[in-house]
Design a protein around this ligand. Structure first.
Ligand code: ADP
Ligand code: MG
Length: 623
C-alpha cells in the first residue's frame, strides 16, 4: 500500500481509541472540562449505562459562539499556548483532543453561553460532519450531550459491558471527581434515579462532609484520620479500619495535589501498609491525599491520568507505606475505635485531621491546597514512643506464657505467681478510665468481660494475646530474639516430611532464637528457644508450626514476619486456659500498649464495646 495521509475523521477516531474506552471515560473528559471552566455545579445524566445518552451540564464560563467549531477541532485548546505553559499546566486538560475524539465516535451536541453573550449557541456533530452554529436557549454554562456512543466503531462497541457494569464505572468515576472537589456541587442521575447528590461545602471540614455525602457515614465511623509529612511531602486522609475491609478495591481513593488518580504504585504502597493487619484476600477502604511540589511529580504522563510519574519513585512509595503502617500501628485500645458490632458504637478518642482538598481560586480556576512545608512527625508519635520505652512495662509476657499449660492440663495449679507489681487490678471499675477497663470474669475460656467507665467490653483473649506476642516477637527480631538455653533439650517427635521441611527452613528458626538439631528422621532436639516462649509448651508450638497449620490465613508478605506470626498464632492458641484476674488485667494492659492491638494477625477484631447507653437501650430503660 502506498503511504498517504489519513483523513481527519480517522485521526480523531484513532485518538479516541486511546482515551475513550467506555462511557465513564467520556464523562471524565466532560466533567474535567467543566471543572476547568470554573463550574460550581455539575449535573451528569446517563441512560443505558451511558451508551444511549450522556449529558453533562455545568454553570462554568461557557464558550463564545465563534469558539464552538474550534472546540471540536483537534489540538485546539484555550488552556496552553506555549511550552512554558505546558510545564506549569494546572488545568485538568490541555491536549485539545477530548471533544473532537468524542465527537468522532458519537452523535454530539454542544450548547454553550458565556456571561457576555445575549443568547446561547449550539452545534451538533456526527462522526466527521458538523452542523452550522445556531442560536439556542440556555443560561450561562455549557451542556454536552453524547448519544449512541461508538455507533460508528463496532469493534469498540464490542468491548462495552452490560449496562449495569458501565453504570457502576460511571458511578465510581463521579464519586472520585466529587471527592476531589468538595467545593463543587455534583449530581449524577441514571435515568430517573439519583445516584449521587452532593452539595458544595466550604470550610475546614469540607473534606469530611464530602466523604460522608459520597461514601456514607459508615465509612467515616470505621475510619482512622491520619496525616504524616516529611519535608515538602504530605500524605493524609482517612484509613478504613482493617476490620472494615472489603471484598473489592472499590473503596480505594487516591488524590495527588487534589486530583483523582488511580495509580498502581500508590495503591500498592498503601496495601503494603496494611499487610500486617488485613484478613487474607480483603481490600482496605481509604481516601488518601498526597501533596507534594509539582516538580516532584508528573500527573500528566498518561492521558487519562491512570498512572503518574514521581521523580523519586522508591522514596514516595516507602514514605507512604511507612506512614500508613505507622497510622495503623495506632489501632490499639484507646487510640482508635474498636470494630463496631451491631449495636456497638465506636468508642475511644479520634484524632482530627483536616482533609487536604483543592480549593477554588477567586478567578474561578481550581487551585490545589498548598503543600505544607513543615516537617512534622507522625501524629501519634509521642504515644508510640512511650509505649515502646523499655523498662516502662514491668510485666513480661513470658510470665503469662511460662505458666501456660497445654489445653486439657489442670489449669491454675501450674501457674506460678504473676510477677507484675500492677498485676492486682484496681477494683473501682466505675471510675476506670483505661480503654479496656477492669476485668471481671473470663467466659468460656475465650473472652474476658471487663468494665470501663463507659460500659462493658468483651475481649477475645486469644486474638489479643496473639497480637501482643506477634508485636513483641517482631520488635525483638531485628536485634536477634533473646533466647534461653534449655537445661535439658526438649525432644519433639515429627513426621519425617515435616522434619525435613523444618530443617530446610532452619535459618529462619535460628534467627527467631531457636537452636535445634535432628536426632533421627523423626526426632528433633531443641536446645535453645526464644525467651518469650515457655519450655512447657514449646514442643506443641513447634509441632503445630511445623505442621504448617493455618499458613495461608495470613496476609503477611514478608517471610520472616509470616514465620513470627505463625509462631505467635500457634503460641496463643496453646495458651488456651483459665486466667486469674491478675493475668487478665495484665493482658488488657498489654493490649492497650500494643500497636495494632485492635485486630489479630488475621484481621479479626480483638475486642468490642457496649456502652451503658446501649445496654439501657437493650433493656428499654429510661423510656
Ligand atoms: P482540552 O480540555 O484539552 O483543552 P477539549 O477537547 O476537552 O480539550 O476542549 C477543547 C476546548 O473547549 C477547551 O480548551 C475549552 O476552551 C473548551 N471547553 C470544553 N468544554 C468546556 C466547558 N464545559 N466549558 C467551557 N469551555 C469548554
Ligand atoms: Mg478537556
Amino acid at each position: 500500500m502506498p503511504i498517504r495521509l489519513l483523513p481527519e475523521a480517522l485521526i480523531d477516531q484513532i485518538a479516541a481509541g486511546e482515551v475513550i474506552e467506555r462511557p465513564a471515560s467520556v464523562i471524565k473528559e466532560l466533567v474535567e472540562n467543566s471543572l476547568d471552566a470554573g463550574a460550581r455545579r455539575i449535573e451528569v445524566d446517563i441512560e443505558q449505562g451511558g451508551i444511549g445518552l450522556i449529558r453533562v451540564r455545568d454553570d462554568g464560563c461557557g464558550l463564545a459562539a465563534e469558539d464552538l467549531v474550534l472546540a471540536l477541532t483537534r489540538h485546539a485548546t484555550s488552556k496552553i499556548a506555549s511550552l512554558e505553559d505546558l510545564e506549569a499546566v494546572n488545568t485538568l486538560g490541555f491536549r485539545g483532543e477530548a471533544l473532537p475524539s468524542i465527537a468522532s465516535v458519537s452523535r454530539l451536541k454542544l450548547v454553550s453561553r458565556t456571561a457576555q453573550a445575549a443568547h446561547a449557541s449550539e452545534l451538533t456533530a456526527e462522526g466527521a460532519s458538523r452542523s452550522e452554529v445556531r442560536p439556542a436557549a440556555q443560561p450561562q454554562g455549557t451542556t454536552v450531550e453524547v448519544r449512541d456512543l461508538f455507533f460508528n466503531v463496532p469493534a469498540r462497541r464490542k468491548f462495552v459491558r452490560t449496562e449495569a457494569t458501565e453504570s457502576s464505572h460511571v458511578a465510581r468515576l463521579v464519586e472520585r471527581l466529587a471527592l476531589s472537589r468538595p467545593d463543587v456541587s455534583f449530581r449524577l442521575r441514571n435515568g430517573a434515579r439519583v445516584v449521587l447528590d452532593a452539595r458544595a461545602v466550604e470550610g475546614e471540614t469540607q473534606g469530611e462532609a464530602r466523604i460522608r455525602a459520597v461514601l456514607g457515614d459508615d465509612f467515616m465511623e470505621q475510619a482512622l484520620p491520619f496525616e504524616h509529612s516529611a519535608g515538602p511531602v504530605w500524605v493524609g486522609g482517612w484509613l478504613g479500619l482493617p476490620t472494615a475491609a472489603r471484598a473489592t478495591q472499590d473503596g480505594q481513593f487516591w488524590f495527588i495535589n487534589g486530583r483523582s488518580v488511580r495509580d498502581k504504585q500508590l495503591m500498592s504502597a498503601a496495601r503494603l501498609g496494611y499487610r500486617d493487619v488485613l484478613f487474607h484476600g480483603r481490600h482496605p477502604a481509604y481516601v488518601l491525599h498526597l501533596q507534594l511540589p509539582p516538580e516532584l511529580v508528573d500527573v500528566n504522563a498518561h492521558p487519562s491520568k491512570l498512572e503518574v510519574r514521581f521523580r523519586d519513585q522508591r522514596q514516595i512509595h516507602d514514605f507512604i507505606f511507612r506512614a500508613v503502617t505507622w497510622a495503623l500501628g495506632d489501632t490499639r485500645p484507646g487510640a482508635a475505635p474498636p470494630m463496631p458490632v451491631g449495636l456497638v458504637a465506636p468508642a475511644g478518642a479520634r484524632t482530627p485531621a483536616p482533609a487536604p482538598v483543592a480549593a477554588p481560586e477567586p478567578g474561578g480556576a481550581p487551585a490545589h491546597a498548598p503543600v505544607r512545608e513543615t516537617a512534622r512527625g507522625p501524629v501519634h508519635a509521642p504515644a508510640r514512643e512511650a509505649a515502646r520505652e523499655p523498662g516502662r512495662d514491668p510485666w513480661q509476657l513470658a510470665a503469662v506464657l511460662e505458666s501456660m499449660p497445654v489445653p486439657g492440663e489442670p489449669a491454675l495449679a501450674a501457674a506460678p505467681a504473676v510477677r507484675s507489681p500492677q498485676a492486682a487490678p484496681v477494683y473501682a471499675p466505675e471510675a476506670d478510665s483505661r480503654p479496656l477497663g477492669t476485668p471481671l470474669a473470663q467466659i468460656r475460656n475465650t473472652y474476658i468481660l471487663a468494665q470501663t467507665a463507659d460500659g462493658v467490653v468483651l475481649v477475645d483473649m486469644h486474638a489479643g494475646h496473639e497480637r501482643v506476642l506477634y508485636e513483641q516477637l517482631k520488635a525483638q527480631y531485628a536485634d536477634g530474639l533473646p533466647s534461653q538455653q534449655l537445661l535439658e533439650p526438649v525432644v519433639v517427635e515429627l513426621p519425617a516430611h515435616q522434619l525435613e521441611a523444618l530443617l530446610e527452613n532452619q535459618a529462619e528458626w535460628e534467627r527467631a532464637g531457636f537452636e535445634m538439631d535432628a536426632l533421627g528422621p523423626t526426632r528433633l532436639a531443641l536446645r535453645r528457644i526464644p525467651a518469650l516462649l515457655s519450655n512447657t509448651t514449646i514442643a506443641d508450638i513447634v509441632r503445630s508450626v511445623a505442621a504448617g497449620e493455618g499458613e495461608a490465613e495470613h496476609h503477611i508478605e514478608d517471610a520472616s514476619d509470616r514465620f513470627l506470626a505463625t509462631l505467635a498464632c500457634r503460641t496463643s492458641v496453646h495458651a488456651r486456659r483459665r486466667l486469674t484476674l491478675a493475668e487478665m488485667d495484665a493482658l488488657l494492659r498489654q493490649m492497650e500498649r500494643t500497636d495494632r492491638a485492635n485486630q489479630c494477625n488475621h484481621g479479626r477484631p480483638t475486642w468490642v464495646a457496649l456502652s451503658w447507653k446501649e445496654l439501657d437501650h437493650l433493656f428499654l430503660r429510661g423510656r
